[in-house]
Design a protein around this ligand. Structure first.
Ligand code: MRU
Length: 366
């Protein structure tokens, strides 16, 4: 996507083929900083500390992590064991987004049987590049398949503004290009439809206020940042036509893990008869788990993320303490929206209901 006229992705391999470059998303929107990752430890830190975040991007970062493991493998190592061990470390970096293990395992299995070091390295790079390209293409197709849903509302409203609501950041920063939840919005806007986005700020780390608002602004899309609790009120007053969110892991039965607070939006949407769509590439489906609420691991993060808020103060980014210094806090990072509250999935192969039968219709090979 373009930032100030320049094409950029949230991750790329440097020309030296030794450095993975990522936009450090902790610093946005007030600073634009690119971080260099040169080792598996760097990659793990970037995922854990959320320089990179969002399910597809976490997957692509882990894929390049396996490439760096192959690149930096010590001489005379038992290469298979070493790569398997490094891959296991990468997969433990964050628990909820299923793309992480999927992408790391995919690169690992592409290289495990290659004996020659140079060939193994080439294969690792090829596979990581292929995953990045495929995720970009998946998001482009999610945009195309989601477009008719927005067009239909636009027509029904007599070609007046379509108001969408999204939670967290499921934009190109979380993916590679276009985003998942934002792809249909970008596609509709680029086609000339009048769209406006309500952007949930998404506490505690404010990925909506910091990242989604920044992305949409750079693309010229009308948007308004709202508190996480405003959505229900807006829905009751006819100010939301459609909700689109991303997901970090969705079961093939239709349960959706996404940033904490998504479930409450889905409940409010159901109560107000507003379509609630989840946009995802097939890499975000978990084909093993049936019951999202019981089985999807929910990450708990450092409570300081809840206690402190980061923002700009006289030109510098600072962090300030909100609750009393000795009040305990808890940081549950995701929740699970049950399939019955989801109107449909928007995938790279089309739109389907959030049911096992319909998901399998689109992905019969799974
Ligand atoms: O904790 P994060 O920022 O990695 O959580 C990200 C989200 O919840 C996104 O909505 C999700 O990954 C969808 S990705 C396109």
């Amino acid at each position: 996507m373009k930032v100030d006229g320049k094409d950029i992705r949230p991750i790329w391999l440097d020309e030296d083929l030794k450095t993975v470059k990522v936009i450090d998303q902790r610093r946005l929107p007030h600073e634009f900083v690119v971080a260099d990752l040169e080792t598996v430890d760097d990659i793990i830190t970037a995922i854990k500390e959320m320089y990179v975040r969002g399910a597809p991007l976490i997957g692509v970062t882990a894929a390049y992590g396996v490439y760096l493991a192959a690149l930096n493998a010590p001489d005379n190592y038992g290469e298979t064991d070493y790569l398997i061990k490094e891959c296991r470390r990468l997969k433990a970096a964050r628990p909820t987004a299923v793309n992480l293990a999927w992408a790391a395992d995919r690169v690992l299995s592409a290289v495990l049987n290659i004996e020659n070091d140079a060939e193994r390295l080439k294969a690792a790079r090829r596979e990581a590049d292929a995953i990045a390209e495929a995720e970009a293409e998946n998001c482009r197709n999610i945009g195309l398949h989601g477009l008719p849903l927005i067009e239909e509302i636009y027509r029904k409203k007599g070609n007046t503004t379509v108001n969408l609501l999204t939670h967290c950041n499921a934009g190109w920063l979380a993916c590679i290009e276009y985003g998942t939840a934002t792809a249909p919005i970008y596609t509709a806007f680029d086609k000339g439809l009048d769209v406006h986005v309500w952007v949930d700020e998404t506490r505690p780390l404010n990925q909506g206020a910091r990242l989604t608002a920044w992305e949409l602004g750079k693309h010229g899309i009308k948007h308004t940042v709202i508190t996480d609790n405003a959505g229900g009120h807006l829905m009751q007053h006819g100010m939301v036509d459609m909700v689109i969110v991303g997901t970090d892991r969705s079961t093939y039965t239709g349960d959706v893990a996404n940033k904490i607070g998504t479930y409450l939006k889905a409940l409010a949407a159901k109560d107000n008869n507003i379509p609630f769509y989840v946009a995802l590439p097939s890499s975000t489906f978990d084909w093993q788990l049936r019951d999202g609420i019981k089985q999807i691991p929910i990450e708990e993060r450092d409570p300081d993320e809840v206690r402190y808020v980061q923002g700009l103060n006289q030109g510098s980014t600072i962090s300030v303490l909100v609750p009393p210094a000795n009040s305990p806090a808890a940081d549950f990072a995701f929740d699970v929206t049950p399939a019955r509250l989801v109107t449909g999935f928007i995938t790279e192969r089309g739109v389907c209901k959030a049911t096992e039968q319909d998901v399998r219709r689109l992905f019969p090979e799974k």
